[in-house]
Design a protein around this ligand. Structure first.
Ligand code: AMP
Ligand code: GLY
Length: 427
């Protein structure tokens, strides 16, 4: 079969590595892909813009694609899956109306409220003055969130009234995230440990993947700015079997049922970002796609073929689908450009990739890289994801960092404490 994969980050390289490794796949086309994806067997990168839906649909039809997998949220929220389905192409990703679960935090909150899904208490505001009056009456810690997509930046955790006032003004009056900030949510600040739960969903059925944990801050000790994610590990020991079934029953099932009541057969990935606190798991956010960098630690742990499950999702039924998991934990360390998530330089030559990838149970997924003449150079904020499997979490961590040390480029920045929460549990 012929598969098209939309996207160009570390998440998509991990998916490409797995899809290209399937015996069912004759050709994988990555749009636009990256330098690492281009090196996978049976794989070709085609440079079309991910927001040019008409061009993507035409390409998928002309090239007789049997399956399209959409990586990022942008094209899902703007209706790429709808258009592909109208053109009778099987696509792994929800329609725009269901993608509002990620594209509108107000929609997600309202669906959670309707379905009694545990989440932080919240208020919705479409006028800045009303929000400012509210925080004057409720001056404690809170979280201010822009309703729409803001490239992961529209959430501001505030320790009190002054910070909340600044956040409201930035989002609603200065329009730091454009129309995404026309409405905001002010919600209760939750305490606890965060974890990510990701499932494949279709035909009302739910196939849970292993748990994982992201590291969003730029610096060790969870300090510094929020980033797209500096590393991940799986499984997240904060989620045991009992908690996972509670999460399925109190989060995933009610949301999938609620979508069906609205007439939506959700076909794609459903990701719940959770806070595990004293009152049990509560939802921080939903995403309608695989997590990045969580995917980079889930994919190496899947020992069965993923493609049949992706096809089943696209065709609307998961019955009989199972995934086999390697019991060994996986760790992924992001190598970023100096300055990320702020401004950074591009074009630094990357060395040592071959030596790192040659280590047993190590795989390096590219994010922001580019082939320039005969060299591989940095071409984004997050450059590489260095992933390792180990017999236990400590061995996985040690192996990942051994591989990290073998790779060099000017300004290489990474966190040295990925998986610290899992390691602390061992003490
Ligand atoms: P989101 O994009 O909604 O997941 O928010 C980004 C990050 O902000 C989350 O990963 C949390 O670290 C933090 N966050 C969001 N909502 C809350 C909340 N209600 N309480 C505490 N932290 C939160
Ligand atoms: N790792 C967080 C996200 O994918 O949104």
């Amino acid at each position: 079969m012929r598969v098209m994969l939309v996207g160009s980050g570390g998440r998509e390289h991990a998916l490409a590595w797995k899809i290209a490794g399937s015996d069912l796949v004759d050709e994988l086309i990555c749009v636009p892909g990256n330098a690492g994806m281009a090196l996978e067997p049976k794989t070709r990168c085609v440079s079309l813009a991910v927001d040019d839906h008409d061009a993507l649909v035409k390409f998928a039809v002309d090239e007789h694609m049997d399956l399209v997998v959409v990586g990022p949220e942008g094209p899902l929220c703007s209706g790429l899956a709808d258009k592909l389905r109208e053109a009778s192409i099987d696509v792994m990703g929800p329609d725009a109306s269901a993608a509002r679960l990620e594209g509108s935090k107000v929609y997600a909150k309202e669906l959670m409220e309707q379905q009694s899904v545990p989440t932080a208490s919240f208020q919705v505001f479409d006028k800045a003055q009303d929000a400012l009056d509210f925080i004057k009456r409720n001056p404690g810690p809170c979280v201010v969130k822009a309703d729409g997509l803001a490239a992961g930046k529209g959430v501001i955790v505030c320790s009190g009234q002054e910070e909340a006032k600044d956040a409201i003004e930035r989002i609603m009056l200065k329009k730091a995230y454009g129309p995404a900030g026309d409405r905001i949510i002010v919600e209760e600040l939750l305490e606890g440990e965060e974890a990510s739960c990701i499932a494949l969903v279709a035909g009302g059925e739910i196939l849970m993947m292993a748990s994982s944990q992201d590291h969003k801050r730029a610096l060790d000790g969870d300090e510094g700015m929020n980033t797209g994610g500096m590393g991940a590990y799986s499984p997240a020991p904060v989620i045991d079997e009992e908690l996972e079934s509670k999460i399925v029953d109190t989060v995933f099932k009610p949301i999938v049922d609620g979508l069906r009541e609205q007439g939506t057969d959700y076909r794609g990935v459903l990701y719940a970002g959770l806070m595990i606190g004293p009152q049990g798991p509560k939802v921080l956010e939903f995403n309608v796609r695989f997590g990045d960098p969580e995917t980079q630690v889930l994919i190496p742990r899947i020992s069965s073929d993923l493609v049949p499950a992706l096809v089943a999702v696209a065709r609307g039924g998961l019955e009989g689908q199972e995934l086999e998991w390697d019991s060994r934990p996986a760790v992924s360390v992001v190598l970023a450009s100096q300055g990320y998530p702020g401004p950074y330089e591009k074009g630094k030559i990357i060395n040592g990739l071959g030596n790192a990838s040659a280590l047993e149970d190590v795989v390096v997924f590219h994010a922001g890289t580019k082939k320039h003449a005969d060299e591989l150079v940095t071409w984004g904020g997050r450059v590489l994801n260095v992933c390792a499997l180990g017999d236990d979490i400590r061995k996985a961590v040690d192996k990942a960092y051994k591989a990290v040390d073998l790779i060099s480029f000017e300004g290489k920045h990474f966190r040295t404490d990925i998986a610290h929460r899992a390691l602390e549990r061992l003490l």
